[in-house]
Design a protein. Structure first.
Length: 66
């Protein structure tokens, strides 16, 4: 995890995470999780197995987990 925080994208990711309550999620059907469609199709991500995306945007699939 420490290595991830040193990446250039880390600052943006942290800022986005802190402000998610301000994001309008209607366009992604109030999804709570997302990943690339390519990754989803591999079936390698445990939490996404058997999940049906609630939206697609570009190359990403969005999921609403309970």
């Amino acid at each position: 995890m420490d290595l991830l925080l040193t990446l250039p994208q880390a600052e943006y990711a942290m800022r986005l995470a802190r402000n998610m309550h301000k994001v309008n999620t209607e366009v992604i059907n109030q999804a709570t999780h997302y990943m690339t469609v390519k990754l989803w199709k591999t079936g390698k991500v445990k939490w996404a197995r058997g999940q049906k995306p609630v939206a697609f945007w570009g190359s990403h699939a969005f999921f609403k987990l309970k």
